[in-house]
Design a protein around this ligand. Structure first.
Ligand SMILES: [Zn+2]
Length: 182
């Protein structure tokens, strides 16, 4: 490589680094602008950094880990929120995104916390689950991919859906604590 070629090469490296940094800043700015209208549901989206499996093992209990990361299911009636009647918000245990409200929680008789709708469809994701001999629709957190439970078509009005959730995937925040921030 001649001195001239080396200079060109160094310059392109500098340019590449600058462009790279510039892109990153622009992306961050755009995110701020675009997300204004979605802030209520997206909350701290831009600040969320996915946790490693190792970090998750430190912050989650064994049942919270096995349910959210390995799609395990808690025993019916032997979980924290199946009979919780308090008003408030059920957040993702891993990333704290708002998932379900006590307003859509209902008594399903299954022994798992059941809701007829999420707070917003954008905060959850679904995919087909073939782990049993019949297929089910798996439900997970749209932000951190934590497994939450399954959704079935035998729920009450107005949606007809039954979001059958694991308590271990959820963190309940009672309403009075929430309203202090408002
Ligand atoms: Zn999450």
């Amino acid at each position: 490589m001649s001195v001239y070629q080396f200079r060109i090469f160094s310059l392109s490296l500098v340019a590449f680094a600058l462009v790279g940094t510039g892109n990153w800043i622009v992306t961050a700015d755009e995110k701020d602008g675009d997300s204004q209208t979605e802030l209520a549901s997206q909350d701290d989206e831009k600040e969320y950094v996915p946790k490693t499996k190792r970090q998750l093992r430190q912050i989650l209990t064994p049942i919270q880990y096995s349910v959210t990361q390995n799609e395990d299911t808690e025993p019916a009636f032997k979980n924290r929120y199946w009979n919780n009647k308090k008003e408030g918000t059920y957040k993702c245990i891993v990333c704290e995104r708002d998932l379900f409200s006590s307003k859509t929680k209902y008594k399903s008789g299954t022994g798992w916390p059941s809701f007829y709708a999420p707070i917003t469809n954008k905060n959850i994701g679904t995919r087909k689950d073939f782990r049993l001999f019949y297929s089910r629709i798996e439900v997970h957190c749209a932000r951190c991919d934590a497994h939450l439970g399954h959704v079935f078509d035998d729920g009450p009005k107005p949606t007809g859906k039954r979001y059958c959730m694991n308590s271990a995937s959820l963190k309940f925040v009672e309403k009075k604590e929430d309203s202090e921030k408002d």
